[in-house]
Design a binder for this molecule. Structure first.
Ligand code: UD1
Length: 364
C-alpha cells in the first residue's frame, strides 16, 4: 500500500501529524506532500519541527492567491504528483483550500480519498471552509469523523454508512501528546503575565477581519476586555495585513504579536483564564483543556464543543462577551465533559481503518 498524506495550511499540521507518525511506525509506505498554502516559517516549518513530523517529501510552494488561483495552482501541481506516483490512497485533513483541491484531483484520477475530520457543517455557505467540507466529503471513500453530529450530517447527505468511520479527533491526539512539554516551557513568562490571569485572543475569519468596520468594533470590544484582564493576541498574517491596511488601532493594552509556534500557543491556551476566538480548532482545543471559550462567530460546525464542552457562541455582541467574562471570573463556567473518543488514539484508529479497508484490495 502506498499512501499520500497531504498538508497545506497551519491547522492541517496538527491533524495530519499523528496519522503520518502512525503510518511511519507501522512501516506503511507514504509520501508527505505540502501544498505551501501557508509558507511563513511561523505558519508552517516551525510546526514540523515541534510536532516531530518528517519534512515534506514534496513541497509545491503554491503560496497565497484568490480562492480560484490558489485552488487551481494546487490542482495542476498535485495532478502531476499523482501521475508520477501510484498512490493507493490520498489522505487529506480539515477544510482548507488544499484539502478540497487535492481531493478533486485524486477523485478524478480514480485514487480513493480519505478525509480526516469529515462531516462537520456550519450550514453557512458564505464560509469558504463549508464549501471545502462539502466537496471533500462527497468525493471521499473513507470519512473519518470527530463527533456524532458529523455522522448525522453525512447520513443526511446520503453518504453510505460503510464509508463513515467515527474515530475521534486527531488534533486532540497531538494536543495530548504535547501539552506537558508546552506547559513546562512557561510561555506566559515571556509576556509578563500570570497563569490563569489573562485572555488569549485569535481572529482570522474573513467575516471578522476583512470588514474594517467589524474589525474596528472588535478592537473596541477588546479594549474593554483588556481593562479587566491582560489580552494576548497572536495575530494571523491576514489579520495583521488588515490592521495595517485599514489603519486600525489595536488598543495599547492588547498585546498583539506574530503567530506563535505550536508549543508556545498550546502552553498559553492551557493556562488562559478564557479564550476569545473565531477559529474552528481552538473551540475543540479549549474543550479538551477545559478552558472557557467565547467564540466570536454566530455558528459553529463543532456543536459538541457547545453541548459537552466549554464553548459559547457570542458573535460580536459586546453584551454577550461581557456577560461571559463575568461568569468566567465568578467561577461559574461549566466544566467540560470530554467528547467521545477524544482520547489521544484517533490516529491509531484511522490507520487501523485504512489497513482494514486495504486488506480485501490486496494492497499489503
Ligand atoms: C486558511 C483556511 C482557514 C484556516 C486558516 C488557518 C482556506 C479557505 N482557509 O485561511 O480555514 O482556518 O487557513 O490559518 O483554506 N499569509 C501569509 N503567510 C502565510 C499564509 C498566509 O502572509 O504563511 C497571508 C497572505 O496574505 C494570504 C492570507 O494570509 O493572502 C490568507 O491566507 P490563505 O491561505 O488564503 O487563508 P487563511 O486566511 O490563512
Amino acid at each position: 500500500m502506498f499512501i499520500c498524506n497531504v498538508v497545506g495550511a497551519r491547522p492541517n499540521f496538527m491533524k495530519i501529524a499523528p496519522v503520518v507518525l502512525e503510518t511511519q511506525r507501522r512501516g506503511i509506505r507514504q509520501l508527505l506532500v505540502h501544498t505551501g498554502q501557508h509558507y511563513d516559517r511561523q505558519m508552517s516549518a516551525v510546526f514540523f519541527e515541534e510536532l516531530g513530523m518528517p519534512a515534506p517529501d514534496i513541497h509545491m510552494g503554491i503560496g497565497s492567491g484568490s480562492h480560484a488561483e490558489q485552488t487551481a495552482r494546487i490542482m495542476i501541481s498535485f495532478e502531476k504528483i499523482c501521475a508520477e506516483n501510484a498512490f493507493d490512497l490520498v489522505v487529506v485533513g480539515g477544510d482548507v483550500n488544499s484539502t478540497a483541491a487535492c481531493s478533486l484531483v485524486a477523485a478524478k484520477m480514480g485514487i480513493p480519498v480519505a478525509h480526516v475530520e469529515a462531516g462537520l457543517r456550519s450550514f453557512d455557505r458564505t464560509m469558504p471552509e463549508e464549501i471545502n467540507r462539502i466537496v471533500t466529503d462527497h468525493l471521499s471513500e473513507l470519512l473519518f469523523t470527530t463527533e456524532e453530529s458529523a455522522n448525522e450530517n453525512l447520513r443526511r447527505e446520503g453518504i453510505a454508512e460503510e464509508r463513515i468511520r467515527f474515530v475521534g479527533n486527531c488534533m486532540i491526539d497531538t494536543l495530548r501528546t504535547h501539552v506537558e512539554a508546552a506547559l513546562s516551557r512557561s510561555p506566559w513568562e515571556e509576556y509578563g503575565i500570570e497563569p490563569n490571569q489573562y485572555v488569549l485572543l485569535t481572529l482570522h475569519r474573513p467575516s471578522n477581519v476583512d470588514d474594517a468596520i467589524k474589525l474596528h468594533l472588535l478592537m473596541d470590544i477588546m479594549h474593554e476586555v483588556s481593562l479587566r484582564m491582560p489580552v494576548v493576541f497572536p495575530a494571523h498574517p491576514r489579520t495583521l495585513d488588515r490592521i495595517r491596511q485599514g489603519n486600525i488601532q489595536v488598543p495599547p493594552s492588547v498585546r498583539v504579536c506574530e503567530p506563535m509556534p505550536y508549543l508556545t500557543f498550546l502552553g498559553l491556551l492551557a493556562k488562559a483564564k478564557c479564550v476569545l476566538t473565531d477559529s474552528g480548532g481552538i473551540q475543540e482545543e479549549t474543550t479538551a483543556l477545559n478552558i472557557p471559550c467565547l467564540t466570536l462567530r454566530e455558528n459553529t460546525e463543532r456543536p459538541v464543543t457547545l453541548t459537552r464542552g466549554t464553548n459559547r457562541l457570542v458573535g460580536t455582541d459586546v453584551r454577550k462577551i461581557n456577560a461571559g467574562i463575568d461568569e468566567i471570573m465568578a467561577g461559574k463556567w461549566p466544566n467540560a465533559r470530554q467528547p467521545l473518543l477524544w482520547d489521544g488514539k484517533a490516529a491509531h484508529r484511522i490507520v487501523d481503518a485504512v489497513e482494514a479497508w486495504a486488506a480485501p484490495l490486496n494492497l499489503r
